[in-house]
Design a protein around this ligand. Structure first.
Ligand code: UDX
Length: 458
């Protein structure tokens, strides 16, 4: 089958490479000449395990091509995927400018039937706007060719995107035309494995499904972070609580890890956008607003703990920071908790010595050269003369470090762990002061968790 994909960012590239891998002929269109030039040379602008090879192999086999020429893109594919960015605008709503521009482009060049598929995360009702923009561009040329607009949200996790695309749990397809539904089923047939993965529904439900999935996952995390903060005050261990509740299959173990907050390109943006959408429809989505504000607060937790530990005297101190990416196996630092922490430390006059296996160049791109940031070559190098070790990303090789070396290099044997990687008892035995998330009381912080408050009042 012939497929065109607009937008060679994260979603577009993964979609293009995976659809080519199962034998389709895919043409990726982007407006950025530099990106297209790099892609043509097999240079992948983003870090995603397995993507380089997939792109290079399929390009070599002639199934995956790149172009700046949108007219060629419209001619090429029966399936026209929109995978351009939808960055949040000032009030947190998704900015649809690029999506609608692609719709107009398709309308300006199409002469025969096309299926236009929205892969970008867009608010409910966007398919109608895409349809209208495309129809207007077609009408302006006096062309009467038919087209359908489909919502086909992606559920890719960064770091596991290829696996998620090739072996999907479900493929949500929203269309109001049964014939188009069958075309989409045929397109995705190679990904079915043991059973049919396509879940067909109406367009608006498909659009909402994407937000529902991300908002529920974000809710689970904020819920656990709220309980973790409470556990600290009550002297309980959230890790025990996590295992205790996760064993109930109705709750499950996934996405109940407490930490220093969720980041990334999806959760923060989608929770905000859904909340704004709700508000726009006249509904006050209180739970969504709380999920967002709990997360904002959680991203401050490590700094608060550090601030309390040093009685507010952070000026002139240096801190080792392990992890910059918002999660392991990606170089993405969008909305990363590391950023909130570093910026708070800089505001307080402290210095950061950071290490991340892949996100260093991204950090340099965002913050440039600055005297209060040293990007180190190894986790060990960050420790030199640092007042504490701060952990914000759970990269595998941070899980069993050489604690003797850490203790020897740090000016204070203090570890603040935003991902609960270590056993508090072991660290205590090794002579560390270990402050994690939700792991029992932190005497300096616990404001005598007022027993009176806890005493039943009735
Ligand atoms: C997410 C969704 O998982 C994916 O389906 C959707 O299409 C896009 O958004 P992604 O942003 O790549 O994917 O990352 P994910 O692995 O879901 O993690 C999101 C954030 O939540 C990370 O910062 C992670 O550290 C945090 N997290 C995750 C927790 O704090 N606790 C958890 O239990 C799980």
């Amino acid at each position: 089958m012939k497929i065109t994909i607009y937008g060679s960012g994260y979603v577009g590239l993964v979609t293009g490479a995976c659809l080519a891998q199962v034998g389709n002929h895919v043409l990726c269109v982007d407006v950025d000449p530099d990106k297209i030039r790099r892609l043509e040379q097999g240079d992948i602008p983003i870090y995603e395990p397995g993507l380089d090879k997939l792109v290079r192999d399929n390009a070599a086999a002639g199934r995956l091509r790149f172009t700046l020429d949108a007219a060629e893109g419209v001619k090429h594919g029966l399936f026209q995927f929109i995978a351009v960015g939808t960055p949040p605008d000032e009030d947190g709503s998704a900015d649809l400018r690029h999506v609608l521009e692609v719709a107009r482009t398709v309308g300006r060049h199409m002469d025969e039937y096309r299926v236009v598929i929205n892969k970008s995360t867009v608010p409910v009702g966007t398919a109608d706007r895409v349809r209208a923009a495309l129809a207007e561009a077609l009408a302006a040329r006096g062309v009467t060719a038919e087209f359908d607009v489909v919502s086909n949200p992606e559920f890719l996790k960064e770091g596991a995107a290829i696996e998620d695309f090739m072996k999907p749990d479900r493929i949500v397809v929203g269309t109001d035309n049964p014939r188009t539904g069958e075309l989409m089923r045929a397109l995705y047939a190679p990904f079915n494995r043991s059973h049919e993965r396509v879940v067909l529904m109406d367009v608006r439900s498909a659009e909402l499904t994407k937000y529902a999935a991300n908002a529920l996952l974000a809710t689970k995390i904020s819920f656990m972070n709220e309980l973790a903060n409470l556990a600290e005050r009550l002297g309980a261990d959230i890790e025990a609580v996590r295992v205790g509740i996760g064993s109930d299959p109705r709750i499950g173990y996934h996405f109940i890890y407490p930490g220093c907050g969720y980041g990334g390109s999806c959760f923060p943006k989608d929770v905000k956008a859904l909340e704004r959408t709700a508000r726009g429809s006249g509904y006050q989505a209180e739970l969504l607003a709380a999920v967002e504000s709990v997360n904002e607060r959680q991203k401050q937790r490590l700094f608060e703990k550090l601030h309390a530990h040093f009685d507010g005297n952070l000026k002139g101190r240096s801190f080792a920071l392990w992890g910059l990416a918002f999660k392991p196996n990606t170089d993405d630092m969008r909305e990363a908790p590391s950023r909130t922490l570093m910026e708070a430390l800089w505001d307080a006059g402290a210095r950061v010595q950071a290490y991340d296996p892949v996100a260093m160049h991204e950090c340099r791109r965002i913050y440039g050269e600055r005297p209060d940031l040293a990007l180190c070559d190894s986790p060990e190098d960050t420790l030199e003369g640092a007042d504490a070790l701060l952990i914000v990303t759970e990269w595998t090789h941070f899980r069993s470090p050489d604690f003797d070396l850490i203790k020897q290099k740090l000016a204070h044997p203090l570890i603040l762990d935003g991902r609960n990687l270590y056993d508090p008892k072991l660290l205590q035995q090794l002579g560390f002061q270990y402050l994690a998330i939700g792991r029992g009381g932190n005497p300096r912080e616990t404001v005598a968790a007022s027993r009176a408050e806890l005493r039943p009042t009735g």
